[in-house]
Design a protein around this ligand. Structure first.
Ligand code: AHR
Length: 522
């Protein structure tokens, strides 16, 4: 089972409330913002909208892969409904096979005729049989079908560096070598495109319980031997810190910084953060847990800022990516489900969490160059839930749909003054925002109102661009835990947003409670 030895997120709530108060407080009940369209910021890489797919519960099996013989409509074993839904939100990158699973995964178990592949125990996730039906060729077929990039996490915890080296050679070698011939015999003569390799996962925990110094030495060693052949440009991502572990980042950058292209950061949002056995329910929660969820998720701003500052010391040119390759909500497992499968429903609360985090990543687009929400299907804060032949899109899916214009867009500086939402010991900036100019030149503004009660009027001034008209979409719900089910799949879905106007160059809008709004300016 998961071990988070270094997870030291144990702030008192008063400190926590103070630490998230980064937006300026507005003097009234309305919010104001200024967008500087004439001062373009860094590009927001589309890879920030990446997703994580681990061999965990129904994440891969049943969720993505059903096999060619399944009655569920499939394309060579991949669920058609899931493929279509993921293509529609332009998933840019998929991280696989773990997670904790990665540091016990031996790639040779997952190649060749499926009937001959070994059956192993998934020791991290439920102790179930893993028949290795979904291996390297199946994963690469999946990302190829999505038009996404590949991010493979290598096993540093329980395999020698030669195993990583040979896996990379199997995937990327053009032809001629024995491993390239083996790949061809397995149905793929051309090399796969492998854009990213993870050098282990959570080496401070399930990846091997290492000290940062030891992990950094090993990172240097494994990175040295992971060589992509041919023309593939493969970036190497080191296993990074969890939330406040700033010493890990410092050590990793000091010892291994020159040999890596990216450093991972993991942070999960839990309503209750003292005990991993008691995180809070996904549905039917009290308002106090709405507030604590928002307070915890806003901490991403602090983590990204401080880890970036440490990286700046060693890499002032910001060449090394901060890769937030595990983020999202983590609630108690759905009642009656296998606790090792991390199944949870996904509500309007998750939609608001997604919007807040995507805005934070936009503000840090100079350093946060890639991210992966955990996880893609049926696990934690999923895009999609499946049950047999049924599939439903979650509120989080719809937020990713709204934010599509952010992919590869130019970020625009935005200054915000917002009223605060008060609940119990929490005082939280109610509005979060980001703005971009997309690749076609159009300006878009994302606005999240985390207050579950109050509609908030907002006016936005813009320098360097004049808007004549505005249209938009909103994701919201009638209750804090409004969600979609297989029986009622459209309870939370984007609707046209008619509450915004442009007059004399100023944009005004009233943001409904607990909503994510994306406005398109013309
Ligand atoms: O996403 C679930 C687990 O969370 C991953 O396997 C691990 O990396 C993290 O602790």
């Amino acid at each position: 089972m998961l071990k988070r030895a270094r997870l030291t997120l144990c702030l008192g709530t008063s400190l926590l409330a103070a630490s998230v108060a980064t937006a300026q407080q507005a003097p009234s009940d309305s919010a104001t913002a200024t967008i500087q369209a004439d001062k373009p910021g860094p590009r927001m890489n589309r890879q920030v909208f990446g997703q994580f797919a681990e061999h965990l519960g129904h994440g891969i099996y049943d969720g993505i892969w059903v096999g060619e013989k399944s009655k569920i409509p499939n394309d060579h074993g991949y669920r058609r409904d899931v493929l279509e839904a993921l293509k529609a939100i332009k998933v840019p990158m998929v991280r696989w096979p773990g997670g904790c699973f990665a540091d016990e995964y031996h790639w040779r178990d997952g190649i060749g005729p499926r009937a001959k592949r070994p059956v192993k125990i998934n020791t991290n996730w439920g102790g179930v049989n893993e028949d290795n039906a979904f291996g390297t060729n199946e994963y690469m077929g999946f990302v190829e079908r999505l038009g996404a990039e590949a991010y493979v996490s290598a096993n540093l915890g329980s395999a020698p560096p030669s195993e990583t080296a040979q896996w990379v050679e199997y995937m990327t070698s053009p032809s001629g070598s024995t491993l390239a011939k083996e790949r061809a015999a397995n149905g793929h003569p051309a090399p796969f495109k492998l854009q990213y390799i993870g050098i282990g996962n959570e080496l401070w925990g399930c990846g091997g319980n290492m000290r940062a110094e030891y992990a950094a030495d090993l990172t240097n060693r494994y990175a040295q031997f992971a060589k992509a052949s041919g023309t593939t440009k493969m970036l190497k991502i080191a296993s990074g810190p969890s939330d406040v572990d700033y010493a890990w980042t410092d050590t990793m950058m000091k010892i291994a910084g020159k040999n890596i292209d990216g450093l991972a950061l993991h942070y999960y949002t839990r309503p209750r953060d003292k005990n991993w056995g008691d995180k809070g329910a996904a549905l039917g929660f009290p308002e106090s847990e709405w507030a604590s969820t928002m307070a915890h998720t806003l901490r991403m701003e602090e983590f990204v800022t401080k880890h970036s500052e440490i990286m700046d010391k060693y890499d002032p040119a910001k060449k090394t990516w901060l890769v937030v390759d595990e983020w999202g909500t983590w609630f108690d497992p759905a009642p009656g489900s296998n606790p090792g499968f991390l199944i949870q429903q996904n509500s309007v609360r998750d939609a608001v969490v997604a919007g807040i985090n995507l805005n934070i990543f936009a503000h840090h687009a100079d350093r946060v160059k890639m991210a992966a929400i955990a996880q893609m299907v049926n696990v934690l804060q999923a895009m999609l839930l499946t049950d047999g032949a049924k599939m439903v899109k979650t509120p989080t899916y719809w937020v990713f749909d709204l934010y599509k214009p952010w992919q590869d867009a130019t970020t625009l500086p935005i200054e915000l003054k917002t009223p605060y939402y008060h609940k119990d010991e929490f005082a939280l900036p109610a509005i979060s925002a980001s703005a971009v100019r997309d690749t076609a030149g159009q300006v878009h503004v994302a606005l999240v109102n985390l207050d579950p009660h109050r509609a908030i009027p907002l006016s936005v001034a813009m320098s360097g661009a004049t808007a004549g008209s505005v249209s938009g979409r909103i994701v919201t719900g009638a209750t804090m835990d409004a969600h979609n089910t297989f029986e009622k799949p459209d309870v939370v879905k984007p609707e046209a947003f008619t509450g915004a106007q442009v007059s004399g160059g100023t944009l005004t809008a009233t943001l409904p409670p607990m909503s994510v709004v994306v406005l398109d300016l013309r």
